[in-house]
Each structure stands twice: as structure tokens, then as C-alpha cells.
Design a protein around this ligand. Sequence first.
Ligand code: ZN
Ligand code: ZN
Length: 93
Amino acid sequence: MKKLYPCEYVHPRSGRSCTRGSYEPGRCHVHRKSPEWYLCPECGKLTCSKYGRCDEHAMKYRKRDQYNRKKLENIMNDNAETGESVLLTKSCH
Ligand SMILES: [Zn+2]
Ligand SMILES: [Zn+2]
């Protein structure tokens, strides 16, 4: 008999943890792929943004990110003849 581990995922909105059991420690198969949730340090809103802030407050970080990406793109275009860019694949969620 395999031991069941309780899922470590806590629902961000209700604060309740998942009751599903899993054969591996950590999270159940449903929540293994769930994004991490953060509380925006500026307004306390829940967000799964990779910036650790709500959409509103992540804006300035996102803008900076886009700026950097554009810069990177330009460098890549300057250096490589192939138009393929691996860096442009979406990473969010
Ligand atoms: Zn779970
Ligand atoms: Zn915020």
C-alpha cells in the first residue's frame, strides 16, 4: 500500500488547503501545475503574476521587462540572420 501525502496547496481565496491526497509529497496532480499566488505588497491583492504584484502594480515592472525584451530583440536581430527567437515563448502560467 502506498502512502498518501496531503496536498500542500492552499487555496488563495479561501485560505483552505486542498484535501486531495497524492502519492508524492508536495502537491496533488491538480495543483502541481498551479501558479504560485502572491499578495501584492503594495495593495494586498492576490495575484499569480510572476512579478509578485497585482496587474496594476506589476505594470511598471512589465514595462521595464518589455523594454529589456525589445532591446534584446534588437541585439539578436543584429547578431543573427535566423529570425527564430527562443526568448519570445510565453512563460506566464
Ligand atoms: Zn491539491
Ligand atoms: Zn497592487
